[in-house]
Design a protein around this ligand. Structure first.
Ligand SMILES: Nc1ncnc2c1ncn2[C@@H]1O[C@H](COP(=O)(O)OP(=O)(O)O)[C@@H](O)[C@H]1O
Ligand SMILES: [Mg+2]
Length: 555
């Protein structure tokens, strides 16, 4: 099927108030793939005519005149007749598709005659109009796209492409009304409200994509704007990060040791550096016995454990004369102490919740968080000044910090390649004294680690009544075990978690069996691929040893 077939006349149901630039002869194709074959594809072009850099073209198979008429009729009928599904958990796209099929049968006389391909095209457009994102649907479904932003009318939408970075698209809104309507639709989809009276929106779309938007000219000169940061259906696991070269097995094993010993760490870096993804990936290194509470503005973290309470802040809203109260991260961190968590995980620390988080650390809880900053000095300065006001003596309670950054990688072919790398890992000895335990070397793209110098390992050894050498040996074992997992091809977050839990269980069994004998080397146990084909949902029933710890009633 020729996707670029055009019948001369624009009969596309999508073009009202939106301009779609068509590809021209002579554009050089840099990359090309289907999104929903055969209806939509992406071509990435280079051309002097388009201007410098690459250009993202989202191309859809257009409807011909009579298909378009039927499409319009069907949308009209469905808008009237579509009832919410009676069952829960029905996928909206699937549901609309089935309903469209039903309508096509019911009204076959008035809807016209088409061959199979014709109907499929019509259904594609009906689904994307009623259950999807209209003209933006193909971009939303392109797994290579990390985010989509619109800076106003008559400027191209921009996407962040996994391979090609930030590039303009062939789509622009040309009508303010269409853009406003689209933003209102996005707001509805995220169960939020946006209007001239409340022109700011921060929400989450049903597929868990993060949505930020502004309305009309209230706060943005060029009219309404929005940015959608897409949620990955399969979160990056620690193995993915190792494979990408973001960190190595030894650094991962180091954080594994910290997590087992209830030590705290923070992840710092710029926007989109990969802080939240890294934090989420390290959560699979937890022992499974830990009770954790996550506190976030927008729920992004998905710890692969069962004993998990998820708390999210809420903006105030007005209902008639009644106004609801804002629930801030600060309120949530306070309340989560009552849950007696082993770990409090704050998605992103920005304000006074930092103070409460450090209070929690001072009372023996573990704490993890991310913070937007480009240096550890900057972090500590912000933590100790208003509104965070963390006392200097509390700073070392955050035991370690990891700095992640998007960096240019050394490349032999003269091409610029970017990647995300853990730049530095520090242990925080005092509020102005840090010890580097790992760094990234930008000329060789390798990591240099000095875990033998770790102060925290000394502390772990003291607590466990062993030597630091023994702790480093354990680190070596875990590093080897992680290497085995990477080699075995397992990378899915749940599967990785399962592997890590098996390590804990095996070790516990070994301890029980040979409580007097010296410990075996764990990496001798092979990680087989077939093992991972065992059921992987971490239900309590499947992991009796790891069952949820009873919460004792508070005195
Ligand atoms: N190590 C990584 N390698 C490749 N892509 C990554 C990595 N970490 C994060 N990403 C991607 O980058 C985007 C931003 O990541 P996120 O963790 O939300 O950043 P931050 O929390 O620092 O703003 C996401 O789309 C995510 O999938
Ligand atoms: Mg984040």
């Amino acid at each position: 099927m020729d996707l670029l077939r055009r019948n001369g006349k624009s009969t596309d149901p999508r073009d009202v108030g939106v301009s779609i630039e068509e590809p021209e002869e002579g554009y050089q194709v840099v990359d090309e793939y289907h999104v929903k074959e055969p209806f939509s594809k992406v071509s990435i072009f280079k051309s002097a005519k388009l201007g410098a850099g690459l250009h993202y073209f989202s191309i859809e198979y257009p409807l011909v005149e009579d298909e378009y008429e039927t499409y319009q009729k069907m949308v009209k009928i469905l808008s009237k007749e579509l009832e919410p599904p009676t069952e829960e958990g029905v996928e909206p796209e699937r549901y609309v598709f089935e309903q469209a099929e039903r309508i096509a049968e019911k009204y076959y006389r008035s809807l016209g005659k088409f061959d199979q391909n014709g109907w499929e095209r019509i259904f594609y457009y009906v689904v994307r109009a009623l259950a999807g994102y209209g003209r933006l649907d193909p971009i939303m479904n392109d797994p290579n796209i990390e985010d989509i932003s619109c800076n106003g009318v008559n400027v191209p939408l921009y996407v962040w492409h996994r391979k090609h970075e930030s590039i303009p698209t062939n789509i622009r809104f040309t009508s303010e009304q269409t853009l406003n309507d689209f933003i209102v639709k996005l707001a509805h989809k995220s169960s939020k409200h946006i209007s001239s009276a409340q022109p700011l929106l921060d929400g989450m779309l049903p597929e868990k994509h993060r949505l930020a938007a502004t309305f009309m000219n209230e706060v943005s000169t060029k009219g309404s704007t929005f940015c959608i940061r897409k949620f990955r259906a399969d979160p990056l696991s620690i193995v993915d990060l190792i494979k990408f070269g973001t960190l190595n097995e030894r650094i991962a094993a180091y954080f594994w040791m910290l997590l087992e010993n209830k030590l705290s760490f923070m992840i710092i870096g710029g926007t989109g550096a990969g802080k939240t993804s890294t934090l989420n990936a390290t959560l699979s290194l937890m022992s499974g016995n830990d009770k954790i509470v996550t506190v976030e503005e927008v729920p992004e973290l998905r710890p692969p454990v069962s004993n998990w309470t998820q708390l999210n802040s809420r903006q105030s809203f007005q209902f008639g004369t009644e106004a609801s109260k804002n629930i801030t991260l600060f309120d949530l961190v306070k309340v989560c102490l009552r849950y007696r968590p082993d770990y409090i995980i704050v998605g992103e620390v920005r304000g006074e919740e930092a103070y409460t988080l450090f209070q929690a650390l001072a009372t023996g809880h573990g704490g993890l968080c991310t913070m937007h900053a480009d240096s550890l000095d900057g972090v500590i300065k912000r933590l100790t000044s208003p509104p965070m006001n963390v006392s200097e003596v509390y700073i070392p309670l955050m035991n370690s910090a990891l700095h992640i950054q998007r960096v240019e990688l050394p490349s032999s072919k003269g091409k610029t390649i970017f990647g995300r790398r853990v730049r530095t890992v520090w242990e925080i000895e005092d509020f102005d004294k840090y010890r580097v335990v790992a760094t990234w070397n930008p000329s060789t793209d390798t990591f240099e680690t000095k875990m033998e110098d770790s102060l925290l390992f000394e502390r772990i050894a003291l607590n466990r009544g062993t030597s630091k050498e023994e702790v480093v040996r354990e680190l070596n074992n875990r590093e080897a075990y992680l290497k085995e997992i990477v080699r075995s091809g397992v990378h899915d977050q749940r599967e990785v978690t399962f592997k890590i839990l098996s390590y804990y269980i095996d070790r516990r069994e070994e301890k029980d069996e040979h409580s007097r004998e010296p410990r075996k080397k764990y990496h001798k146990k092979r990680v087989s691929k077939t093992e991972t084909e065992a059921p992987l949902i971490l239900e309590e029933a499947q992991l009796p040893e790891m069952a949820v710890r009873e919460v004792e009633p508070r005195a």
